[in-house]
Design a protein around this ligand. Structure first.
Ligand code: NAD
Length: 456
């Protein structure tokens, strides 16, 4: 073979390699699946078909809600399979994967119950014979989603967007490609399709759709926003967070520590709204610190398929490397204590860091950063001293805590409860945590053309 033809073969092989997505179990390292990446031509024809199906889907809301009833039944029937797929692909403990699927079914149910009322036209009194606002669909909505809640992250925008009469094209994170395709199968609708593509290819889909909902890191969010901006497409961005967890002097330490443990260690800390910075009144910081250490040390770690395990591995070797590097940076800034030893592979032990200077990165792993304060003003300054503004929680006397709420720079503030997403409340952030809202009436309206009508 001549040198140029062998180079051609090498190119073809490397092209083939580039076009394949391989998924693997982050706990065992076992290969799970191999998927051909779709090229732009195939994605474009898929979107044309979605566009065609959307015209029929947009016609009548009661037909759509009937179809969502069937979707709900299919999710219920296949919930164990879906939970298993989550755990295998990204390592979340099976009990938490089951809870994720259950919550997703709640969202379908809630949407079926409320969408009609949320989308009803609104009469507005003017000099017109009749004037009102209609909420019409936008067309095809592109969802670009991360791996940390492979089902819930998709449902959060997909179910309201569908109920509002849109079609949905999903570009999921590559490491959960199996779950993405399973979702397409369970939705079983002509107006919901997944595409198998790497992140870098997803930007090229933006010109083909009418609106984008992105959940993921700020870095990628900025690229999507800039591409969407250049195409003048509407987008909702749900980005990272470094939520403060403020412990006032008048809190119940026992229940606060239990919530702190759950909020920081659930899903191995890979949660946008998990408490990441613990800002503790110096009158209770000693007791809080000791109890948090005990609580972190008691957590059961191991095979995520074991129903009794609470802390599994991180979702990938890449993610583990990032968090290990962050822990090493935190060591340079102060004391760091690991509360489990001898872990291998993609495990990161529950860790508590007490840096003596600020650390502004989002840590997407089971690492609590603890600092102290002595006045409300100082607590607020520390809480707001972050590029992010997703959620925040306050722990203590509820009247005292509520007085601080207006001064907190976050999209969601919870008092004596960990920050959580709830279909009934808007979800989203300010600052580098993004813009726009998901869930509740505010969320469904993001996927509509708010159309003013004047009739004389
Ligand atoms: P990521 O930004 O790397 O990836 C998210 C998605 O974007 C994936 O589907 C990925 O394939 C795709 N992508 C990557 N590069 C792209 C590009 N150039 N163009 C288009 N798409 C591209 O994020 P991640 O590491 O998968 O997820 C973790 C981040 O997500 C954390 O910062 C976390 O806080 C954030 N997050 C936010 C929320 C929220 O609701 N605010 C929820 C979950 C996770």
């Amino acid at each position: 073979m001549s040198q140029s033809s062998s180079l051609l073969v090498l190119h073809l092989i490397s092209d083939c390699l580039v076009k394949m997505i391989i998924t693997e179990n982050p706990y065992s390292g076992e290969k799970l699946g191999e998927y051909d990446e779709e090229d732009q031509g195939s994605i474009s024809s898929k979107i044309s078909r979605l566009r065609h199906s959307q015209l029929e889907w947009a016609r009548d809301i009661s037909t759509r809600l009937d179809a969502l009833h069937e979707v709900k039944a299919r999710f219920q029937a296949r919930s164990s399979e879906l939970a298993r797929s989550i755990t295998l692909e990204m390592g979340k403990p099976i009990s938490q994967a089951e809870a994720e699927v259950k919550k997703s079914i709640w969202l379908i149910d809630y949407t079926i119950q409320t969408a009609q009322e949320m989308l009803n036209p609104e009469n507005v009194k003017t000099e017109a014979r009749r004037s009102y606002v209609r909420f019409d669909p936008l067309g095809v909505v592109l969802l670009i989603e991360p791996w940390n809640y492979p089902v819930w992250q998709v449902m959060r925008p997909a179910v309201p967007a569908l109920a509002a009469g849109n079609a949905v094209v999903l570009k999921h994170a590559s490491i959960v490609t199996g779950t993405s395709l399973l979702l397409e199968e369970i939705f079983g609708l002509d107006v919901f399709k997944s595409v198998v593509a790497r992140g870098s290819a997803a930007e090229n889909i933006i010109p083909m759709v009418d609106s984008i909902s992105f959940t993921g890191s700020g870095q990628t969010g900025a690229k999507i926003a800039s591409k969407a901006g250049s195409e003048l497409k509407k987008c909702v961005l749900e980005l990272g967070g470094s939520d403060p967890f403020i412990v006032l002097h008048n809190t119940n330490i026992e229940s606060t520590v239990a919530a702190a443990t759950d909020s920081r260690l659930q899903n191995a800390g890979q949660v946008c709204i998990s408490a990441k910075r613990f800002i503790v009144h110096d009158g209770v910081s000693k007791e809080f610190g000791e109890r948090l250490r005990d609580s972190f040390a008691r957590v059961r770690i191991g095979n995520p398929m074991d129903p009794g395990v609470y802390l599994g591995p991180l979702s990938s070797a890449e993610q583990t490397k990032i968090v290990r590097e962050q822990v090493s940076k935190l060591r340079d800034l102060g004391e760091v204590e690991e509360l489990a030893h001898g872990l291998e592979g993609n495990f990161i032990p529950p860790t508590i860091a007490n840096p003596h200077s600020e650390f502004k990165e989002e840590v997407f792993g089971p690492v609590a950063i603890v600092t102290t304060f002595s006045s409300d003003q100082e607590a607020l300054r520390l809480a707001n001293d972050s590029p992010y503004g997703l959620g925040a929680s306050l722990w203590g006397n509820s009247e005292h805590a509520e007085r601080l709420v207006p001064y907190i720079e976050a999209g969601m503030v919870f008092v004596n409860k960990k920050v959580t997403s709830d279909p009934r409340l808007p979800f989203g952030g300010v600052k580098r945590s993004g813009f726009g809202r998901e869930l509740s009436r505010y969320g469904i309206l993001e996927f509509t053309n708010i159309k003013s009508v004047w009739v004389d």
